[in-house]
Every structure is written in C-alpha cells, then in structure tokens.
Design a binder for this molecule. Structure first.
Ligand SMILES: CC(C)(COP(=O)(O)OP(=O)(O)OC[C@H]1O[C@@H](n2cnc3c(N)ncnc32)[C@H](O)[C@@H]1OP(=O)(O)O)[C@@H](O)C(=O)NCCC(=O)NCCS
Length: 161
C-alpha cells in the first residue's frame, strides 16, 4: 500500500495526535506526548508532513489514514527544529520514515536540529543515513532518566541550485 507524502490539512490533527500517542514506548513514564491543540497549530504554522494512505485502504488503528508524520519549525536560532518523525507501528520498515525525512529535508532552507533518545537505534540510524551528526549528549534533558542526543544536519548544500 503506497502512501503519499503531503502537507497535513487542518483536519488531520486528531489523527496525527493519536499517532503520536501510540508511536513511542508504552510505559507511561517513558514518553511525553504532545497535545491535540499544538498539533492543530502545527497544521497551520509548522512544516507538518503526513504519510497518507490511499482512500481505499483500511483505516489504521487509532490514526485512520495517517501512517506517519514529521513536524519541523523555525527556532530563535538559525536552525530549524525537527521535533518529531513517527511511523505507525503497523507500517514500519517499509521506507515511510525515509520518505518523510527526505521530504522534510527538501523543505529545509537552513540547518536542522533534532533531539533523540540515545537508545533509539532505529531513529539514530535513520538520522545518520541522512547525514545528521551528533553535536552533544545531554543527560536528563527531560526528566532525570530521559537523556537526549542533539543531532544536526547541515541543511541544503549551497552548491545545489
Ligand atoms: C524511526 C522511524 C520513524 C523509522 O520509520 P520507518 O518507516 O520504519 O523507517 P524506514 O523503513 O524508512 O527505514 C529507514 C531507516 O531507519 C532505520 N531503521 C528502521 N527500522 C529499524 C530497526 N528496527 N532497527 C534499526 N534501524 C532501523 C534504518 O537505518 C533504516 O534504513 P535501512 O533500511 O537503509 O537500514 C520509526 O521506527 C518510528 O516511528 N519509531 C517510533 C517513533 C520514533 O522513535 N521516532 C524518532 C524519534 S523523534
């Protein structure tokens, strides 16, 4: 089933928020979900890309026709923040994360920064595939047991027109 990678519409936010709630480890103290209200704002004001299933596909548990998402927004520095990339657990390992990241980086006009759990091998590997490198490790970045790697991508190649 081939998804399209496209900008989210303002009707996607509930499904994207639902996807956010099921995409990370389930232990309640391992994950801080983003709320539906900020997903609604990101539909309008951030780069929010979704992987949308074809119209004739069976709806996915929780997230309907949304198989993946990526959200990225400007910061007070000259770097964009790629806040989240996620793929529905039923759809992983089929290249959707790669396609979302490719589209996200194509939309980036500056360097891109993200944070990631150092033990999240799949995500770190995906980021390295795209040329992200580790700038710093911050222990206790969130709660005391939640460490993060800060990874950066240099942004568009100035030699590319
Ligand atoms: C990380 C994530 C977005 C990857 O999405 P995906 O659609 O499964 O990824 P792809 O099929 O495009 O694979 C891309 C790369 O990810 C890495 N990867 C994916 N699954 C992996 C796994 N189980 N173990 C190790 N690396 C893995 C590989 O480097 C892979 O590239 P390769 O196939 O050339 O080896 C997905 O696993 C996910 O949603 N995880 C939960 C949410 C999360 O942790 N997001 C990132 C932190 S914000």
């Amino acid at each position: 089933m081939t998804c399209t990678i496209e900008a989210a519409t303002d009707r996607d936010y509930l499904n994207v928020a639902a996807l956010d709630r099921i995409s990370w480890p389930t232990a309640p103290d391992l994950f801080i979900p983003d709320g539906e209200h900020i997903w609604r704002i990101w539909c309008d004001l951030a780069t929010l890309l979704v992987a949308r299933q074809p119209g004739d596909a069976d709806p996915l548990p929780e997230s309907g026709n949304i198989a993946g998402g990526l959200v990225m927004f400007p910061t007070t520095t000259d770097e964009l923040c790629l806040h989240k990339i996620m793929v529905h657990p039923n759809c992983r390992g089929a290249g959707i994360g790669t396609r979302l990241m490719q589209a996200g980086l194509e939309a980036a006009t500056t360097p891109v920064l993200l944070t990631v759990d150092p033990s999240n091998d799949a995500a770190v590997s995906l980021y390295r595939n795209f040329g992200f490198s580790i700038r710093e490790r911050i222990d206790g970045f969130y709660r005391p047991h939640e460490d993060r790697l800060i990874m950066v991508h240099p942004g568009p190649d100035p030699a590319t027109p």
